[in-house]
Every structure is written in structure tokens, then in C-alpha cells.
Write a protein that binds this ligand. Structure first.
Ligand SMILES: *Cc1c(COP(=O)(O)O)cnc(C)c1O
Length: 446
């Protein structure tokens, strides 16, 4: 509010910003920065666009933190939620059930890789990670392997910010402050091809990273319950991308050493990497598949952990203590499940995965001036995710880029020096042109 003249009354939008800063503690934000950078009050959305109170519009190039798939105010998803609202909004899922959660579980089972026939629900991504970790640990306890209590993950992995999820996360800025609260976790070398030697192909580098995993597990498998990883794209550490051969090798190595493989597809599931699930590109089935974000089309908080019959059966006994005694109040929320079913309908009816291939090819072609830009390094694409590093010494680059994006009508939120696009799948050619042109302007202004 520093630029507000005290004599002119605040607009309603400015009042909302001010009240928000007084009453709302915003996520992942140093609140004091808002003395310089104003909040953006959004009043409505449609398709890829967000509208503020003054009628300015912003292209949501990051799908509102990677959740939105088919646009804001999608008429089909809106209609499904309205319909469900008139029936039952929510009931507890212990002792009771409802049609949306049954239908959703059956449909997820059909489309997920391999046979992951058992769906355990929660409300957000981090909770899904907690569930997968606890289930894996508990499974080994039930199977007479009480020493298998450790988890390993990839260097640079992100799995959420509750204490269990943060333990397996390797993003220093989120982790360091809370390190004394976290369980120890080994982060094995990332297959991210930006780390390859010059002349080494992404595939060769991924194979080399997998060899390091094998060395670790050869020695430590008896104490290791599971390897958790973000398949193909490591989101929060700057959209690091890697070759699917790593997933194949990781699956083989985990099988060889009796270690569970947990695939965190919270960000990459539902088509983001160009296939419905990232694991499809390696032809592998994890022991646990964690899904959230796009699961409900980005509409409502919903997550699920899908697992195999072998794991389910270990818990299936006459003893209460063998059960998986874990719950969240909104587990299997009916409105969220209906949003998810409507989202899956769109995938089926509109041949989204094929359509996205055409869109990705178009955006890659339009983005040639970006990838050739003198400040741009490592321009890369995987499915409906694009990313590149910007050559800059400015420690405030991300915040300035966010601001410069807004003035170009773009919602960009760089990760450090990495700018990325993760647009809703409904983006059209004209909007892709705006996205690329706007980003070029941002680069030239900074
Ligand atoms: C977003 C994300 C999470 C955490 O999900 P929340 O709903 O934010 O708790 C976990 N893993 C990955 C890969 C994510 O991108």
C-alpha cells in the first residue's frame, strides 16, 4: 500500500488487499514483502483466465499451483458439483459409503498403471504422502520385517510440507528450519539431466543415477521400507526432468531388494507429462501411487493413495491393530469425488491426451524465440510442462518476474531463476501466443 495517497479513498480492491494482509496469513510468503508487492484480488475466472476487481485479466500459466486441468469455471465440472450438492455434500467414510467414491475408485483402478485396486482417500497431497509412508512401514511390520523403517527419496524431490512429507523432501528452503523435527532420510542422486556431464545423454545419465540407487540399496535394503520419487518431473526444485529409464531401473532395483516404490504423481498425474500417468512412460507399476492436485480438476481438495492387492491383504485380518487406523475428516468427500468423476469424463470424451500433443507441438514451435533467447538456459518440455532457467544475478528475480508477468497479463510464479509454464489443458493457440510473447516481454524488461 506504499504508493497509496492518503487523501484518495481506497478502491474496494485495495481495501480487500489490506484486509487480507491483516487477517490472512498467506502460504509460502514472507508477509512483509507485501509492503512492496501488492496482493492480487481475484474475483472470477473462466478458462485459462483470472479476473481482478478492476477488470484486468491474467492468463493462469501455472494452473493455480499446478492443480487446474480444464479451466476455471468449467461448465461440466460446475454442473456435476451442483448436482451432487443437492444430494449429499459429505458423509464420513468409516462405516458409510456413497456412490461417487465407489465410482471414482472403480474408474481410477481401470486407468491407473498395473493393478492398483485399492483406493485410500485424503484431502491434500501431503496427507497422501503421509498415508503411503505409514502404509509401507506398517506393511513391513505386518510381514515380520520390523527393521524396514527408513525411507529414501531423490535429491531435489518435493513431497509436501507436513513433517513426514517434509522428511522425504529435499528442498533446502522448506526443510532447513524444521530439520530438527524431521526423520533422517537419504536422498539418492537425482536423474535430472541438467546434472549430466557434457556429452552424456539424459538416458545415460539416468542409468548412472540408477546405479547409485543400486549401490545404496545393496547395502541398506534391510532397513529401507520404500523409495519415494516424483516420476519424470521434479516440480518444486525447478521442474527438473529426467529420462523414463530411471523409473524402469528403480522398479527393478526395488523389486530385487524388497523395497516399496512410491510414485508421487500428485503434480504429474492426469496427463501433465504427456501420458495419463508419468509411470506409463516407463511401463511400470508402483506399489503406491499418490494422486491429488488435478484429481478433482483442481476444484476441491482431494487426494488418493492407490495400492496393490498384496499390500491390502497384509492388513486384512481379524485384528483391529492390523487395520490401517488412519483418517482425515473429509476423507472421500462426495463433492470432490463428483468433481473428479466429471474431470475423468472430460478426459474420455475429449481425447485430451492426444489433443495436448498437438498443443504442446504448437507451443514448442512458438517458443523457439524463447529457447533461443540470450538469457535462457536449458529450455525443456515434458508433456504440458515447460521450463527454463534465466541468466540473472538478481536475488529478487522471482518476485520481480511475478510482477512483470502481471503487468503483461500473465500469472507466472518462477521457482528461483526457473520460469515454467504449466497451463490448463484448455489453453488455445491464441492464448499460447500471448503466453510466449508476454514472457519475451518480461525477459526483456528485467
Ligand atoms: C503439491 C505436491 C505435493 C503436496 O500436495 P499438497 O496438496 O500441497 O499438500 C506433494 N508432492 C508433489 C510432487 C507435489 O507437487
Amino acid at each position: 500500500m506504499s504508493n497509496t495517497n492518503l487523501n484518495t479513498p481506497l478502491t474496494s480492491s485495495q481495501q480487500l488487499q489490506l484486509r487480507s494482509l491483516q487477517a490472512v496469513w498467506h502460504p509460502c510468503t514472507q508477509m512483509k514483502h507485501h509492503e512492496t508487492f501488492p496482493l492480487v484480488p481475484i474475483v472470477s475466472g473462466k478458462g485459462v483466465w483470472l479476473y481482478d476487481a478492476e477488470g484486468r485479466q491474467y492468463l493462469d500459466a501455472i494452473s493455480s499451483w499446478w492443480v487446474n486441468l480444464f479451466g476455471h469455471a468449467n461448465p461440466d465440472i460446475n454442473a456435476a458439483i451442483r448436482d451432487q450438492l443437492e444430494k449429499i455434500e459429505h458423509v464420513m467414510l468409516a462405516g458409510l459409503t456413497h456412490e461417487p467414491v465407489v465410482l471414482l475408485s472403480e474408474r481410477l483402478k481401470k486407468i491407473a498403471p498395473g493393478s492398483l485396486g485399492h483406493c485410500f482417500y485424503a484431502s491434500d497431497g501431503a496427507s497422501a504422502i503421509e498415508i503411503a509412508l505409514k502404509m509401507s512401514f506398517h506393511y513391513w511390520q505386518l510381514c515380520g520385517q520390523p527393521r524396514k523403517i527408513n525411507f529414501i527419496s531423490l535429491q531435489n524431490d518435493y513431497h509436501g510440507e507436513t513433517l513426514g512429507a517434509l522428511s522425504v523432501t529435499d528442498v533446502a528452503i522448506f526443510r532447513e528450519t524444521y530439520a530438527p523435527l524431521l526423520r533422517p532420510c537419504t536422498h539418492v542422486p537425482t536423474p535430472d539431466w541438467r546434472y549430466a556431464e557434457t556429452g552424456e545423454s539424459p538416458e545415460d545419465y539416468a542409468i548412472r543415477a540408477a546405479a547409485a540407487l543400486e549401490v545404496y540399496l545393496a547395502e541398506n535394503h534391510a532397513q529401507t521400507a520404500a523409495l519415494i520419487l516424483e516420476p519424470l518431473v521434479q516440480g518444486a526444485m525447478g521442474m527438473g526432468m529426467y529420462h523414463p529409464v530411471y523409473l524402469q531401473r528403480a522398479r527393478e532395483i526395488c523389486d530385487q531388494y524388497q523395497v516399496h516404490l512410491i510414485a508421487d504423481e500428485i503434480a504429474v498425474g492426469f496427463g501433465r507429462t504427456g501420458t495419463l500417468f508419468a509411470c506409463n512412460q516407463a511401463g511400470i507399476t508402483p506399489d503406491f501411487l499418490c494422486l491429488s492436485k488435478g484429481l478433482s480438476g483442481g476444484y476441491l481438495p482431494l487426494s488418493v493413495v492407490m495400492t496393490t492387492d498384496a499390500i491390502f491383504q497384509a492388513f486384512y485380518t481379524d485384528k483391529a491393530a492390523h487395520a490401517f487406523l488412519h483418517s482425515h475428516s473429509h476423507t472421500g468427500n462426495a463433492l470432490a469425488c463428483r468433481a473428479a468423476l466429471a474431470t475423468l469424463d472430460i478426459f474420455e470424451q475429449d481425447q485430451v491426451i492426444d489433443g495436448n500433443k498437438v498443443k504442446a507441438a504448437y507451443l514448442n514451435k512458438m517458443a523457439e524465440p524463447l529457447s533461443a533467447h540470450s538469457k535462457v538456459r536449458h529450455f525443456r518440455n515434458c508433456g504440458m510442462i515447460w521450463a527454463f532457467e534465466v541468466e540473472t544475478d538478481d536475488p529478487d528475480f522471482a518476485a520481480k518476474c511475478f510482477q512483470a508477468g502481471l503487468s503483461q497479463g500473465l500469472l507466472l510464479r518462477p521457482l528461483g531463476k526457473t520460469i515454467y509454464f504449466m497451463p490448463p489443458y484448455v489453453i488455445n493457440e491464441q492464448e499460447m501466443n500471448l503466453l510466449v510473447d508476454g514472457t519475451l516481454h518480461v525477459l526483456d524488461r528485467l
